[in-house]
Design a protein around this ligand. Structure first.
Ligand code: UD1
Ligand code: MG
Length: 449
C-alpha cells in the first residue's frame, strides 16, 4: 500500500520561549522534525507533506534538506489538528493510498510502531496510535470496546468517568487518504476549545459504518516536546536509547552515561569508546577502532584499527584510514590521513593530505589560512615531519622527506629531501655560567638594600 506522510508542524511552541520554530529545535544534533520524518521514511512513503505555519520558510528549508521531495503546506491560522491535516490534501491530489499523520514535535515514534499501524490498516479503516499513560493528564482519551475504537474524547470535553481512562491518544493516525479527507471534511469546531479536532474523525467514521482500532505503543515513544525542559528530557531519552543500542550492537562503552551520540552516528562492532566522548553529526567509525577519553568528533570517518585521543578533535572532512593514530590535543579538519599516519601530540592538521605511515611530530601546524583563502598541505608517504614544524600552505612535502624540528616550511620539499628552515644555532662556551654568576650577584646586592 503506498503511503504519504503528513507531518504537523505549524504550532508556534510558545512555551519554548524561542525565535526558532519549535520543530527546528534539535535533539542529538537533528531538528525534531527530522526525527519524525525519519521514522516515517521507514515506510518508504511516496510523499511527505509538512504542514507549517510559524516560521514556515525555515521549516520548509529544514524539511527539504532532509528529503528534497518533501512539500510544505501552509497553515497560516492554527484552527486545530483536523484543519492542519486538511491543508495537506491539495499537495496529495495525485496520490492514492494511505496517509499517516505524524507530529513534528513528537520525535520518538518508532519505525516498528508505524509498521504495526500499517499492518492494522489491513483490517481497519482508521488506525489510531494509543498508549497507557502513567499520568494521563490532558491527553485525549480513547474510548474502546474490545478491539474497536469507538471515539476519542479531548480532556477538556471529557466527563469525570472518561478522564479516569488511562488509554490515551498519541495523535498519530493512519487511514486511506481519500477516506481521511472525507472524514475531516465532516469535522466541526463545536467543542470547548472551538477547534477542529482531528480526533473527531473516529466517531464520524463509525457513524458511517467504518471501523477504527487502536495500536498501542510504549509511552516513551509518544513523548512530545513543548518546553526547553521537555527538550532536555527528550535529549536524555535519546541518549539513553542510543547508548543501549550501541552496547547491544557490540560496542564497548567504558562509561555509557558520559558518551553522547548524534542522531546519525554509525559505529562498527568491537569499537571501544572511552569516557566523555562527544559525537557530533555525520560521524562513521568502523569496527575495531578506539576512541579514547574526552574526544570530540563531527563530520568524520574513522577506519578500522585507528586510535583517536585522548583529547582529540576531529572536525568535518577528517578522513582517517586504517591504523591512523591521532593523539592528545590534535585537531584534524578536512584532511585525508592515509593508512598508518601518526600525529600523536599537540597538532593542527587542516586542508591536508598525508601519505601512508608518515609521522607528524609534536606541535606541527598546517598554516592553511592566509586571512582570506584556505590552502592545502600535501605530505607524501613515509615522511617525517619534525616537531614544531609550521607548514605554510600551499606546500608539498615529498615521499620519504624530512623537516627539521622548528622549521617553517614555505617552499616545497622534494622526495627524500631534508628541509631545515630555522636560524642557525649559536653556542657560546661558558657564557651561561658567567651570566648566572652575574645575575645572582645582582640579586644578592638588591636584597641587602
Ligand atoms: C492532541 C490531540 C490529543 C492528544 C495529544 C497528544 C487533538 C484535537 N487532540 O492534543 O487527543 O492526546 O495531541 O499530544 O488532536 N498543530 C498544527 N496546527 C493546528 C493545531 C495543531 O500544526 O492548527 C500541531 C501542533 O503544532 C502540535 C500538534 O499539532 O504539534 C498537536 O496539537 P496540540 O494543539 O498540541 O494538540 P493537543 O491539545 O496536544
Ligand atoms: Mg500538544
Amino acid at each position: 500500500m503506498p503511503v504519504a506522510l503528513i507531518v504537523l508542524a505549524a504550532g508556534k511552541g510558545t512555551r519554548m520561549q524561542s525565535d526558532l520554530p519549535k520543530v527546528l529545535h534539535k535533539i542529538a544534533h537533528a531538528p525534531m522534525l527530522w526525527h519524525a520524518m525519519r521514522a516515517g521514511q521507514a515506510l518508504e512513503p511516496d510523499a511527505c507533506v509538512v504542514v507549517a505555519g510559524h516560521g514556515a520558510e525555515a521549516v520548509e528549508a529544514s524539511a527539504k534538506s532532509l528529503d528534497d521531495r518533501a512539500v510544505i503546506a501552509l497553515q497560516s491560522e492554527q484552527l486545530g489538528t483536523a484543519h492542519a491535516v486538511a491543508q495537506a490534501f491539495p499537495a496529495l491530489e495525485d496520490f492514492s493510498g494511505d496517509a499517516i499523520v505524524l507530529y513534528g514535535d513528537t520525535p520518538f515514534i518508532s519505525e516498528h510502531t508505524l509498521a504495526r499501524m500499517a499492518e492494522a490498516r489491513a483490517r481497519h479503516d482508521v488506525v489510531v496510535l494509543g498508549f497507557e499513560a502513567a499520568d494521563p493528564a490532558r491527553y485525549g482519551r480513547l474510548i474502546t470496546d474490545g478491539d474497536a475504537l469507538l471515539r476519542i474524547v479531548e480532556f477538556k470535553d471529557a466527563s469525570a468517568e472518561e478522564r479516569a481512562i488511562r488509554l490515551c491518544n498519541s495523535g498519530v493516525v493512519a487511514a486511506n487518504k481519500t477516506t481521511l479527507a472525507a472524514l475531516i471534511d465532516a469535522v466541526g469546531n463545536n467543542n470547548s476549545a472551538g477547534e477542529f479536532y482531528l480526533t473527531d474523525i473516529v466517531e464520524i467514521a463509525r457513524a458511517r459504518g467504518l471501523s477504527a482500532t487502536v495500536v498501542r505503543c510504549d509511552e516513551a515513544e509518544t513523548m512530545g516536546v513543548n518546553s526547553r525542559a521537555d527538550l532536555a528530557q527528550a535529549e536524555a531519552a535519546f541518549q539513553a536509547r542510543a547508548r543501549a543500542e550501541a552496547l547491544e550492537n557490540g560496542i564497548t562503552l567504558a562509561a555509557p552515561e558520559t558518551v553522547f551520540f548524534a542522531w546519525d552516528t554509525v559505529i562498527g562492532r568491537d569499537t571501544e569508546v572511552e569516557q566523555n566522548v562527544v559525537f557530533g553529526p555525520e560521524v562513521t567509525v568502523e569496527s575495531g577502532a578506539r576512541i579514547r577519553a574526552f574526544s570530540h568528533l563531527e563530520g568524520c570517518h574513522v577506519s578500522r584499527g585507528a586510535v583517536v585521543g585522548p583529547y582529540a578533535r576531529l572536525r568535518p572532512g577528517a578522513e582517517l584510514a586504517e591504523d591512523v593514530h591521532i593523539g592528545n590535543f590534535v585537531e584534524v579538519k578536512n584532511a585525508i590521513l592515509h593508512e598508518g599516519v601518526k600525529a600523536n601530540h599537540l597538532t593542527y592538521i587542516g586542508d591536508a593530505e598525508i601519505g601512508e605511515r608518515t609521522n607528524i611530530g609534536a606541535g606541527t601546524i598546517t598554516c592553511n589560512y592566509d586571512g582570506v583563502f584556505k590552502h592545502k598541505t600535501t605530505i607524501g608517504k613515509n615522511a617525517f615531519i619534525g616537531s614544531d614544524t609550521m607548514l605554510v600552505a600551499p606546500v608539498t612535502v615529498g615521499d620519504g622527506a624530512m623537516t627539521g624540528s622548528g622549521s617553517t616550511i614555505t617552499r616545497d620539499v622534494p622526495d627524500g629531501a631534508l628541509a631545515l628552515a630555522r636560524p642557525q644555532q649559536v653556542t657560546k662556551d661558558g657564557f651561561a655560567t658567567k651570566l648566572f654568576t652575574m645575575l645572582k650577584a645582582k640579586r644578592a646586592k638588591q636584597s641587602k638594600q
